[in-house]
Design a protein around this ligand. Structure first.
Ligand SMILES: [Zn+2]
Length: 240
């Protein structure tokens, strides 16, 4: 077992119990992600309006911040090192991105019954779920807790896909092409927002949009925690 295996196993859980908490961004004591680091991630509560080249055209994609600094540290600690106590602060950041999407899609959502809005987590591979004890994006979506909304894990992968780390935009799109399937919504054209941790090329958003639309969902946008520079340009918009 390598060092990363140790870090995600019983040792990490034991360390969480006996070692003092420290911010994953700046090592300040007591908080998993301190308010100063949250302010560095999304100054003034602004979220990023992402234009991912490989994503569906004209679909709003909002991110809480850039995938670097304290946000990158927090995402990796939550996802790969089992720092489950980060779920609440990360869900709060994701809620800001979701608010940005709802703001952008306001005109098409205004007539939809609020209770019908579904948050749909991006699917993960069986290997990732085994390593992380489930789909970490589903846990994040469930922690957002929008009133009247629901988490609908309806997307699944229908074939083996590569880990996209290290792939360029074109290979990411090829890797995910027709790789997802979605269950049908309760009612045709039920609005939904895709939830994911990081947007890079937009390939996941593009394939999820295709599968969800084919199943009868109305995809209003994509809310993610973080955007990488491969996601293209981004501009700040007010989230609240
Ligand atoms: Zn900090």
């Amino acid at each position: 077992m390598g060092a990363s295996g140790l870090a995600t196993g019983w040792w990490a859980e034991l360390a969480d119990l006996v070692l003092p908490r420290a911010c994953v961004g700046c090592s300040a004591p007591r908080e998993a992600l301190c308010p100063a680091c949250v302010e560095r991630i999304c100054p003034g509560g602004l979220v990023l309006d992402v234009h991912a080249a490989g994503g569906p055209p004209d679909l709003p994609i909002c991110a809480a911040g850039w995938y670097d600094g304290p946000l990158r540290s927090a995402v990796l600690a939550y996802k790969e090192r089992g720092r489950r106590e980060l779920v609440r602060v990360l869900a709060g950041l994701l809620a800001g991105a979701l608010a940005g999407v709802i703001l952008r899609a306001h005109d098409e959502l205004i007539d939809a019954p609020h209770a019908a809005l579904a948050l749909i987590p991006a699917p993960s591979t069986a290997a990732a779920r085994r390593a992380r004890g489930g789909n970490h994006v589903t846990a994040l979506a469930a922690s957002i807790g929008i009133s009247g909304g629901s988490v609908a894990p309806v997307l699944t992968l229908t074939r083996a896909v590569q880990d996209s780390a290290g792939l360029g935009a074109r290979d990411r799109a090829r890797n995910l092409d027709h790789a997802m399937r979605a269950s049908r919504p309760r009612a045709s054209d039920q609005p939904c927002v895709l939830i994911d941790d990081v947007v890079t090329s937009g390939a996941t958003a593009g394939e999820a949009h295709r599968a969800l639309t084919a199943a009868g969902w109305h995809v209003a946008g994509v809310a993610v925690l973080a955007a990488t520079p491969l996601g293209g340009r981004a501009a700040a918009i007010h989230s609240q």
